[in-house]
Design a binder for this molecule. Structure first.
Ligand code: G6P
Length: 608
């Protein structure tokens, strides 16, 4: 949600900043802006809409400046207008600030600053930071920033430059990610490594309440009380091809096609040689806790929540440990019951979702042990958890999550096998879960090879206004995920339901204009789902079934069938969701939607 890039060094800042912020456009794209210090002037430019609009505006300007900041916005306080776009500038016109996050006490601060004579140009919470810094400025920018941030309540990732203390790029974080990139006689700051990967892989992840002062040659990190901190330098493991489209029309399609590989990467090095025993490096030292866990609570949002539901079914089926799945946003405010032997699993692709982060804070307060399942290494949730498992899916840039979802299920399967090992559940280790999991990447590949049939179906239903998705058992969360994909990127109203619940409401909506996607693989509840299909057909609804490839009868009962390979029930979701991802993708593209940047959505929701 929103993106920040800052640069200080020997090179011209403008192209670096624009290049970087373009890579973060997937995080927010309603407006953008840039400030660059050139000679003894600070130049700023802002625009509404995509970054390409900003690029047009600055074409040929800012030729020489080697210090600057840029921002892409996803509006929270105030509409996407030029005035509300960042950077925000103080009254003197010398201090320029970009901000991610939310300043919770901005109304109070704004009123106070106004009384002191400051004049505001925007409706944003962020602008107060620029004026606060101005009010504290006595010659040293970092001192003023420190004092200003002490007044601020809420979350921030900020980058600041000032004409009165040039040669410095200052950044600070609390609750909103910020990363420093180290180059040759240059430094970068960004809210997401993707922005700077082209220039450096050496990074430092800032922690909450840290302030960093960057000059061309130096980096100094302190806490908010000015106590110096030594930071570790990490190396980013991704390559540039991971953040480029590589010939695909959209990132989403590329990421759908990456799934055979991302699933292999989720398993890589995690099975002991020729065995079903799983080794998870991030859980070393925690085996005792896991042996004694009597209850698991999974907290997550969006697609990650849907994956969590599959985790619930899987862990309960294989290990008999009670699992609850909670929306992180609900969990954090409802005084949840956590006992000494409760484990909380936070699932988050980005590792930055504000509600999930707050949920783990709540769980920690109550003494739970916290395990994270994240994709982004170095993310807040991954770092704050007691232990964790990374997805290793590579960066996911399409706003609609695809490969992260299937990797989350794969990792939940690995976790199930790991827990089975340490809890002595030999029957689970010897059953089919491990072997079938190893077959999954090849099976996903075969589904991708049948894209043409999915395109035909997309063509038939692309003009629908509504769509219902049904599934039972392990395929119920898949129905939710299929519906979520469709509504996110095509703006067709879509609902996912447990198939039998259709009778309790959605059936009233069914007529000949209602496509109903039924995930009807040959599993424990197959005969039950056939009844739901009959009920839809009896009311004229059009049924698109996702079925197992050995199923010879279903084609006679439904309008269209998309076949997937056979596997065990617990792993079916990894396969059954693939046609639904492609269906949503193609319907959205046919409707002319921008699938990588769907309206109003953000890839990583770092505000409540
Ligand atoms: C946003 C994204 C979704 C994602 C959800 C949770 O809504 O658009 O794709 O599933 O956040 O994000 P997380 O990074 O925590 O998995």
């Amino acid at each position: 949600m929103c993106g920040i890039v800052g640069y200080i060094g020997d090179n011209k800042a403008a192209p670096i900043l624009i290049n970087g912020i373009r890579r973060l456009e997937y995080r927010g794209y309603d407006s953008s802006g840039i400030s660059i210090i050139e000679g003894n002037k600070i130049f700023s430019e802002k625009s509404v809409g995509f970054i390409s609009e900003l690029e047009k505006k600055i074409d040929g300007k800012f030729r020489e400046g080697t210090l600057g900041i840029v921002h892409t916005r996803w509006a929270t306080h105030g509409a996407p207008t030029i005035d509300n776009a960042h950077p925000h500038i103080d009254c003197t016109g010398k201090i320029s600030v970009v901000h991610n996050g939310i300043i919770e006490n901005y109304n109070y601060l704004k009123a106070k600053l106004k009384k002191e004579g400051h004049s505001f140009k925007s409706e944003t919470d962020s602008e107060v930071i620029a004026h606060l810094i101005e009010s504290y400025f006595e010659g040293t920018l970092e001192d003023a920033v420190r004092l200003a941030l002490k007044d601020v309540e809420g979350a921030y990732g900020v980058a600041i430059i000032s004409l009165d203390d040039p040669g410095k790029l200052i950044a600070a974080r609390r609750g909103s990610p910020l990363i420093v990139g180290i180059g040759e006689r240059e430094h970068y700051v960004t809210s997401d490594v993707a922005a700077i990967l082209e220039y450096t892989k050496e990074v430092v992840y800032l922690d909450d309440n840290e302030i960093v002062v960057l000059t061309r040659d130096n980096m100094k990190t302190t806490d908010i009380n000015n106590v110096q901190i030594t930071k570790r330098v990490d190396e980013v493991q991704w390559n540039l091809d991971k953040i480029e489209k590589c010939g695909y029309e959209h990132f989403m399609l590329k990421e759908i096609y990456e799934q055979p590989q991302s699933l292999r990467d989720a398993m890589l090095g995690r099975f002991e040689k020729d065995s079903n025993h799983v080794h998870l490096g991030g859980l070393i030292d925690k085996e005792n806790d896991f042996r004694n866990t009597r209850r698991i609570i999974i907290v997550a949002c969006g697609t990650s929540w849907n994956a969590g539901l599959i985790g619930e079914y899987m862990i309960e089926e294989h290990l008999g440990i009670p699992v609850e799945v909670e929306y992180a946003s609900e969990f954090r405010y409802r005084n949840p019951i956590i006992e000494a032997d409760t484990m909380v699993i936070a699932i988050s692709q980005s590792g930055e979702t504000a509600d999930t982060l707050a949920a783990i804070h709540e769980a920690r307060k109550k003494g739970a042990i916290i395990l994270s399942i994240c994709n982004v290494v170095g993310s807040s949730i991954a770092r704050e958890a007691d232990c964790g498992i990374f997805l290793h899916a590579g960066p996911e840039i399409g706003v609609a999550s695809t490969k992260a979802f299937t990797s989350q299920i794969a990792v939940l399967s690995l976790l199930t096998l790991f827990l089975a090992k340490i809890r002595g559940k030999e029957n689970v280790l010897n059953n089919e879960l491990a072997n079938k999991l190893k077959e999954i990447p090849v099976q996903v590949q075969t589904i991708l090879e049948n894209e043409d049939k999915i395109i035909e179906i997309a063509e038939l239903f692309k003009d629908s206004n509504n769509c219902l998705y049904l599934g039972r058992g392990y395929n119920y969360p898949v129905a939710l995920e299929g519906a979520l994909k469709l509504k996110e990127i095509s703006y067709i109203h879509a609902e996912g339901y447990p198939a039998a619940e259709m009778k309790h409401g959605p059936i009233a909506l069914i007529d000949k204009n209602m496509p109903v996607v039924v995930v009807a693989t040959t599993d424990k509840v197959y005969s039950k789902i056939l009844s739901s299909i009959e009920e839809v057909r009896a009311r004229g609804g059009k049924v698109i079934a996702i079925a197992s490839e050995q199923n010879n009868e279903i084609a006679k009962l439904v309008d269209h069938v998309l076949y997937i390979p056979e596997t065990i029930d617990a792993l079916v979701p990894i396969l059954s969701v693939i046609p639904l991802q492609l269906l949503a993708y193609h319907m959205a593209v046919m409707r002319g939607c921008d699938v990588d940047k769907p309206r109003n959505l953000a890839k990583s929701v770092t505000v409540e």
